[in-house]
Design a protein around this ligand. Structure first.
Ligand SMILES: [Zn+2]
Length: 250
């Protein structure tokens, strides 16, 4: 295998590793957003439970006020009955008192229902508080985990990237040596970079071996025997179909 092929394949291995790591790194913000969204949902649920409880407490207060008012009215009617001399008026006052008794009984029943509801809503709120506490602990773990994974990815990417300059220097030296030996100068690195940068060739394998059945190792289209011969001689050849850099493993 030609020295430039060896170096380009080495460089490509590094770049593919970096691309894969960057892809995984790019997933992390999404995971973080998911964790934050879940925590926010738990916080919102607690707010809703608190609001519901407050409303029920206000309603219960209202019933209590109504009971107090009804009892006062009943006392007023009772006080009046002492001064009433007329039978009709007396009967009317007694009827009012009975009506007030009925109203008070209804309100007291409502008050019991309101108290039961408040108990339920208090329990619900307590549960939501617990959920949020658990959610807070969980979010902390998830975020810390994401943080450490991000740091790991950064470290791994940096370690791969650190290997590039030496290979780049070697490739440049090979191009220079070719020219000095009288062979036509080929800028192997520039060709590789162009291939990786082109939009029609996503950042995947760009430098591939010709397969045994004389086909491109990337797109699997046949290549001519002449192209294969040229790769054997160490010439840089591109796949006519997909543009990949072809080399011979012979
Ligand atoms: Zn191809």
């Amino acid at each position: 295998m030609q020295a430039w092929v060896e170096k380009l394949v080495e460089l490509q291995d590094i770049d593919l590793k970096i691309a894969k790591l960057e892809l995984q790194l790019g997933e992390l913000p999404k995971r973080q957003a998911e964790a934050e969204l879940q925590y926010k949902a738990e916080a919102d649920a607690l707010t809703a439970a608190s609001d519901e409880l407050k409303q029920a407490e206000v309603a219960a207060k209202g019933i209590e006020t109504q009971i107090t008012t009804a009892r006062e009215k009943k006392r007023d009617f009772q006080a009046k009955t002492i001064t009433i001399k007329n039978n009709d008026e007396y009967r009317a006052a007694i009827l009012q008192i009975e009506m007030m008794d009925k109203a008070i009984a209804d309100l007291e029943e409502k008050q019991i229902e309101a108290m039961i509801l408040i108990d339920q809503l208090r329990a619900n709120k307590a549960q939501k508080e617990k959920d949020l506490e658990a959610g807070k602990a969980r979010a902390k773990i998830v975020l810390a985990d994401l943080e450490s994974r991000k740091a790991n990815f950064d470290k791994l990417i940096a370690a791969q990237a650190a290997k590039r300059p030496a290979i780049v220097t070697e490739l440049e030296a090979i191009s220079k040596a070719d020219a000095e030996a009288g062979a036509p100068r080929t800028d192997y690195l520039a060709c590789y970079n162009r291939l990786r940068a082109s939009k029609s060739h996503p950042k995947t394998v760009g430098c591939v071996a010709i397969l045994e059945d004389v086909a491109c190792g990337r797109c699997h289209m046949s290549v001519t025997a002449q192209l294969k011969n040229e790769t054997r001689k160490g010439k840089m050849v591109f796949c006519p179909s997909c543009g990949a850099i072809l080399y011979s493993e012979d």
